[in-house]
Design a protein around this ligand. Structure first.
Ligand code: ZN
Length: 68
């Protein structure tokens, strides 16, 4: 645990000040459905999607499927 990158920093819900938990959530992207892990507030159930996740990871997921 010497390096702490951004992924290890806990996210906090702005409303509840609760620590977000990683939950598997089904998302639809283009023509497919994917199950991805997203940060979710355990109290208000709000799902947080970072910009990089929405734009980057989804594209990565799609690309990964096409490659196989
Ligand atoms: Zn919340």
């Amino acid at each position: 645990m010497k390096e702490e990158n951004e992924k290890d920093v806990p996210w906090i819900c702005d409303k509840c000040k609760e620590k977000l938990v990683l939950k598997k959530v089904k998302v639809s992207y283009l023509a497919g459905n994917f199950e991805v892990e997203l940060m979710k507030c355990p109290r208000c159930n709000h799902v947080f999607i970072g910009e990089d996740l929405a734009l980057g990871k989804m594209l990565e997921v799609e690309k990964g499927l096409e490659d196989k």
